[in-house]
Design a binder for this molecule. Structure first.
Ligand SMILES: NC(=O)c1ccc[n+]([C@@H]2O[C@H](COP(=O)([O-])OP(=O)(O)OC[C@H]3O[C@@H](n4cnc5c(N)ncnc54)[C@H](OP(=O)(O)O)[C@@H]3O)[C@@H](O)[C@H]2O)c1
Length: 300
């Protein structure tokens, strides 16, 4: 095993690319793994970065990606199901196989990215698969570290960009219900920095929940983003039943703008537990969504 080599599955993604970047900044070597790793862009120009093509749904492709690594992290996502690609396959079966392959390869630390609210008993397929995924990963790799971020924002995100664009483009802002769901948006770079630290740390807890510095209702958040953009916003409550109907109708589209699972997620508060270690336990000062929104304003 090479003490300074780390494998990032999903290393070309929104979070994974930043985890790889922080590992490189910290002086480590990084294997950037994805089905199309060439999408890692500038990251792959780094002398200590290596691109490896692997599909976590194909267990035979995993050992080359894990060979000799001191640690590995699963930052692979699936937000929309297709006929073959289900939440269960990616977030449970493949995650379990990946954790088992990491165990066999003698990887010292394995991190599974999950999400706040993951619940094996949830009615929603996505939330349930995330919850079940945590426990099957633990079965395969007992010392695995589970990281649950709240909704993440940052350059190239889906969340804050959608809010900013809706404020800019629509005369009214349709809220999810009354807009009272409490969220704790977290800066993707803070989560990535934390994951890079955890991969190389001598000691890690088994579960972390990462949230930003403030808990805001969705309504407050929209108001603050509008203010940061220097715009007025007219918010209109839209019942969750209407959103569920829209998401069900959108399901038949190849690139659904909103999914049933996204509605299920936004119906529940998404706030880090006070009893689970978070970013501050790793010495990270979480950055605020509105401050970052103002800084990134020109790009949205
Ligand atoms: N974004 C958020 O706000 C948020 C909040 C909480 C938790 N999370 C969790 O954070 C993790 C990362 O999310 P993200 O938003 O960064 O995802 P993302 O931008 O969609 O990136 C996904 C990455 O996974 C790779 N990938 C997908 N399927 C794969 C497969 N079968 N085998 C190998 N690689 C595969 C993709 O590359 P290829 O397509 O080339 O394979 C890409 O590198 C996910 O577990 C997500 O649920 C995200």
């Amino acid at each position: 095993m090479s003490k300074d080599l780390y494998t990032v599955f999903g290393g070309t993604g929104f979070l994974g690319q930043r985890i790889a970047g922080h590992l490189l900044e910290n002086g480590h070597r990084v294997r950037v793994v994805a089905r199309r790793p060439e999408r890692g862009g500038d990251l792959l120009q780094h002398a200590r970065a290596e691109a490896v093509s692997a599909d976590i749904l194909r267990p035979e492709s995993l050992s080359a990606a894990l060979q000799g690594a001191a640690g590995a992290i699963n930052a692979v996502s699936l937000y929309r199901e297709t006929r073959d690609l289900t939440f269960e396959r990616v977030h449970c079966e493949a995650a379990s196989q990946l954790a088992a392959a990491a165990m066999r390869s003698g990887v010292g630390r394995f991190i599974q990215i999950s999400g706040i609210g993951a619940d094996p008993r949830a009615a929603d397929d996505y939330i349930r698969a995330r919850g079940r995924g945590e426990s099957v990963v633990r079965d395969a790799f007992p010392s695995a570290v589970i990281v649950r971020p709240s909704v993440m924002f940052g350059e190239g995100d889906a969340f804050l960009t959608a809010i900013a664009q809706t404020i800019r483009r629509l005369p009214i802002y349709p809220l999810f219900g009354q807009g009272l769901t409490r969220l704790q948006p977290v800066y993707v770079d803070d989560v990535a920095m934390a994951c890079a630290k955890l991969l190389a740390a001598a000691h890690a807890e088994r579960l972390y929940e990462f949230g930003g510095p403030r808990v805001l209702t969705y309504r407050q958040l929209v108001g603050e983003v509008a203010q940061a953009q220097g715009r007025t916003v007219h918010m209109v409550p839209v019942p969750f039943a209407v959103w569920r109907a829209i998401a069900a109708a959108a399901d038949i589209l190849p690139a659904a703008p909103i999914t049933r699972s996204q509605i299920a997620l936004i119906e529940e508060d998404n706030v880090a537990s006070r009893t689970v270690p978070g970013l501050s336990a790793l010495g990270i000062d979480a950055r605020d969504i509105v401050a970052v929104a103002a800084r990134l304003g020109g790009q949205r």
